[in-house]
Design a protein around this ligand. Structure first.
Ligand code: GDP
Ligand code: MG
Length: 460
């Protein structure tokens, strides 16, 4: 894909509209447009100053036939989207005039643009960095106010600024270590070592908060899956119904009523929660129930959050503990249900070691549900409000790069700790630096660029 030629594309969506735009970018953009354009006053585009709109007609130079009545915008480099000369021909918005004008542009020296090629040129010419270019696509695709806000922030360079700042700190460390390697025979002094460790730790913390912002942002985009688990008859289905405020799941006092998982959506302060009621987990010889139990365990494993329900009116059983044990790697909330009845004395204290979030509820009488919702919200998105002020990661590519930088930095710290050779330590820091560079495009490959820009539509 050459950058020397002039590209052209229809930049507005297909279909009928009030206007449609054919866009040209490149060093011959104005010359090519001039071959097609006739202003009413006979003035050529080449004679026009930059950032002007001129009225006239597009004619086919080979037949002199008029194709459309247009307004043409002239934007001369470098103050343009691509940093090249850009001409935008505002046609009447129908596919026929647009296609004809585009075809004439191509016949007269332009090349059809590839998907995202305008933005790719903007990146290659230094108008946008890579994360800003990606934000252009996010902005086009934004479906909620929140995602638009985040995309716009990124387009304005908030993320880039943050990454550049972290890279500068890393460069300082690298330069320092490399100076040691080059000019001294000795090992790093203790004081300097401490300084390196401290600034690496600061960077690590910032990377951590960026990673967290991705996870929490994901909850708002995709919702959070919460599995309600527990023994049969503890009140799981009652809890689902109580949270939804409707009789969604069948509630009976016969254990083993719920055989399959049931899912419903609930909105907690704007957080879409997918709640999954599961079959009670117990040993069973019934085939259908066995299958249900299997699905419960799978739902628990897949969930972002586990609500483990205990029947507080009866003594705690080993089966209860077994289920909680199964969820030990999860963000787990223990809900001691049936608090309207007498809750057994030592149930709370016995459960304390298993989860930091324990509360008493009564699904039947709707007690403790607001508190439960609050705990769900807090434990999943506790930093979101602060994050809103800070920089938010929404792009998986960025997340992967930050995670890799984070891992390299951890390795660097470990290497310092065990007094590995300075060369090895320097490599880890360099690696972290490069991985962060991938985000803004300071370090990149054609592969990465192709992948990113092929997601764009033609004309952007
Ligand atoms: N007293 C009391 N009974 C409850 C409460 N929640 C559920 N139950 C009863 O416990 C039994 C089992 O409830 P269910 O929701 O089907 O439990 P599941 O098997 O865990 O889904 C039913 O008879 C419910 O009415 C509660 O908060 N208090
Ligand atoms: Mg049930």
């Amino acid at each position: 894909m050459s950058q020397d030629d002039t590209i052209a594309a229809i930049s507005t969506p297909a279909g009928e509209g009030g206007i449609g735009i054919v866009r040209l970018s490149g060093k011959d953009a104005i010359k090519i447009a001039d071959r097609l354009f006739h202003s009413s006053k006979g003035k050529s585009l080449s004679d026009s100053s930059s950032h002007k709109i001129i009225y006239g007609f597009i004619k086919d130079p080979s037949t002199n036939e008029t194709v459309d009545e247009v307004l043409v915008s002239i934007m001369r480099a470098p103050n343009t989207y691509t940093r090249e000369d850009i001409v935008e021909i505002n046609c009447h918005g129908g596919m026929s005039p647009l296609r004809d004008v585009l075809e004439l542009a191509v016949k007269n020296g332009a090349r059809l643009a590839e998907p995202g090629e305008f933005t790719r040129r903007a990146f290659l010419n230094g108008r946008l960095d890579l994360s800003e270019a990606e934000a252009v696509l996010d902005l086009i695709r934004a479906k909620t106010d929140e995602s638009r806000r985040i995309a716009l922030e990124q387009l304005r360079g908030r993320l880039s600024e943050k990454i550049l700042n972290l890279r500068e700190q890393l460069i300082k460390i690298c330069v320092f270590i490399e100076a040691y390697i080059d000019f001294t025979e000795e090992d790093i002094e203790l004081a300097s070592k401490k300084e390196i460790i401290e600034s690496a730790a600061t960077i690590l913390k910032e990377l951590e908060s960026l990673l967290k912002s991705y996870d929490e942002g994901r909850f708002f985009r995709e919702g959070l899956a919460a599995a309600i688990v527990g023994k049969p008859n503890v009140g799981k289905s009652s809890l689902l119904n109580a949270l939804l405020q409707k009789d969604r799941a069948i509630v009976t006092d016969t254990p083993g009523t719920t055989r399959d998982t049931i899912e419903e959506y609930l909105n907690i302060n704007g957080l879409p929660l997918r709640i999954i009621d599961t079959a009670g987990i117990r040993e069973s010889h019934d085939m259908a129930e066995k299958e249900g139990v299997k699905r419960s365990i799978k739902a628990m494993e897949d969930a972002d959050l586990v609500i483990a329900v205990i029947d507080g009116s009866e003594p705690l059983k080993n089966e209860d503990i077994d289920i909680i044990e199964k969820a030990k790697d999860k963000n787990t909330i223990i809900a001691i249900n049936k608090s309207d009845l007498q809750v057994h004395e030592n149930t709370v204290s016995r459960l304390a070691p298993y989860a930091s979030k324990i509360l008493k509820i009564s699904a039947k009488y709707g007690e403790g549900l607001e508190e439960l919702k609050e705990i769900i919200f807090q434990s999943s998105v506790k930093n979101w409000k602060e994050q809103k002020e800070g920089v938010i990661i929404t792009n998986l590519r960025h997340k992967i790069a930050i995670q890799a930088a984070y891992d390299s930095l951890k390795d660097a710290l470990k290497a310092i700790e065990v007094d590995k050779p300075l060369e090895i330590i320097a490599i880890e820091f360099r690696d972290a630096l490069d991985r962060l560079g991938e985000i803004v495009g300071a370090v990149t490959t054609d592969d990465i660029l192709n992948r990113i820009f092929s997601d764009f539509c033609i004309g952007k």
